[in-house]
Design a protein. Sequence first.
Length: 171
Amino acid sequence: MHRRVNSSPRHPGATSPAGARACGDRRTIGGLPALAQDPRVGLIGATAFAGSIGDIRSFRSPRRFAAWLGLTPREFSSGNIRRLGSISKRGDGYLRMLLVHGARAVLYSANAAQRAGRPLDALREWGLRVSSRSGHNKAAVAVANKLARIIWASWYRQRDFESRPPSPATH
């Protein structure tokens, strides 16, 4: 009386929805649009986010999402004086690590593209400006924060992320 669910010996459970997600149907991973196809997130990042977060609607804004991941600075403020410290490191360390490594890859590719004379998209250009102003590690965390906000926006609105060229006013 046992039914065979597995129709493919190479992909166990390929006929079930979970098997389809495991076998690379990237459009259905936890309601994520096509974040798995975005090179800044990838399949590993998309499945990690889908597994850890579940419903993105539990975060009202991208700022709250980035704060939940621990990518916003700690604040030590009193009165009119605002003091920002290092990142809070709250939330899931694995997701934060994936974002920071993705941000380092974005900065690395931006440096390589700039040296080769290739055009940069807006995110890479912004990352290079922050890196020259604040240093590589702080820029990596800032780009990771921006990537978290991009992930929230495309997941929340169920749209693919569209990379834009830099505007002429930013030069």
